[in-house]
Write a protein that binds this ligand. Structure first.
Ligand SMILES: Clc1ccc(CN2CCN(c3c(Br)cnc4[nH]c(-c5ccc(CN6CCOCC6)cc5)nc34)CC2)cc1
Length: 287
């Protein structure tokens, strides 16, 4: 079962856990495998250093991520159970994704076949339909923020950049440029359709093994994104080319809606999505 609830609102602390191996290091901290002492429940514990967060003025962004994550429950969204902090660190209790990070899998396989790619398209579209229904836009969809569950299903993680739509970006852009939508580059107001753009870029990168607007310099990548200079290798199947071309439209409102991505003939025929058995969500950690 889930992490048992003690009393009404359980205040967690580090002593409640046995810390396992590090799952990865980041700029502001690290993620460890952890086991809750009483229930032996396995989870991922993300440790962030308050000093680093303050220096980068990201405390408000973390507060927003916690606020947003604590209300999201979907099989393709990495579950957030609870959080706690001590004098120097903030701890996020997150679902453990047993099959690791999608981008490492993509590096290992070079590219994915149609079945695997179409299944990911169905899963991420369903997760985003759920987020957008709550006016949450992720804004940072890319292989680095996607994890793989027990059955290889996609788990959308890292809502650090997510906001409530509509929104104007306030903090400077950092990290990969390949997934930026044209309106994000121009700093124009953006809405849920930035996530739809990223689904198109992800579909291309999964099938081809490199991003559609990849270029030697950041500036050239921006130019290719704004022109939507889309070039497919000859072997990309027509169904996938049709889907990607309908998503990667410069005009946000003309992009194929998520529901129609899920119903696209190529996705319908190639996807082998397995939904986990629905279980009554034991009131895990009182979130
Ligand atoms: Cl502060 C910060 C620190 C590190 C990172 C980068 N990753 C973010 C995602 N992290 C994981 C989270 Br959150 C939740 N569940 C996970 N599960 C794993 C994981 C699980 C299994 C493996 C081992 N591989 C699995 C695939 O086969 C080869 C071996 C590697 C990683 N990483 C995470 C791992 C670290 C982001 C932010």
């Amino acid at each position: 079962g889930g992490l048992e609830l003690k009393g009404t609102l359980k205040m967690w602390c580090l002593d409640d856990f046995q810390i396992g191996r590090p799952l990865g290091k980041g700029r502001f901290g690290a993620v460890y495998l952890a086991r809750e002492q009483k229930s032996h429940f396995i989870l991922a514990l993300k440790v962030l250093f308050k000093s680093a967060l303050e220096k980068a003025q990201l405390e408000h962004q973390l507060r927003r991520e916690i606020e947003i994550l604590s209300h999201l429950r979907h099989p393709n969204i990495l579950r957030f159970y609870n959080y706690f902090h001590d004098r120097t660190r903030v701890f996020l209790m997150l679902e453990y994704a047993p099959r690791g990070e999608l981008y490492k899998e993509l590096q290992r396989c070079k590219c994915f076949d149609e079945t695997r790619t179409a299944t990911y398209m169905e899963e991420i579209s369903d997760a985003l339909i759920y987020c957008h229904a709550q006016r949450v836009i992720h804004r940072d969809i890319k292989p680095e923020n996607l994890l793989l569950g027990l059955r290889g299903e996609l788990k959308l993680a890292d809502f650090g950049w997510s906001v409530h739509a509509p929104s104007l970006r306030r903090t400077t852009l950092c990290g990969t440029t390949d997934y930026l939508a044209p309106e994000m580059i121009d700093g124009r107001p953006h809405d849920e359709n930035v996530d739809v753009w990223c689904v198109g870029v992800l579909c291309y990168e999964c099938l081809v093994g490199s991003a559609p607007f990849d270029a030697p310099t950041r500036l050239e990548t921006f130019r290719r994104i704004k022109e939507v200079r889309l070039v497919f290798p000859v072997w990309v199947p027509d169904g996938a080319k049709d889907l990607i071309s309908k998503i990667l439209n410069h005009t946000p409102s003309l992009r194929l809606p998520l529901k129609e991505i899920m119903e696209h003939p190529w996705v319908k025929c190639k996807s082998r999505r397995i939904l986990p058995p629905v279980h009554k969500d034991v009131n895990a950690c009182g979130v």
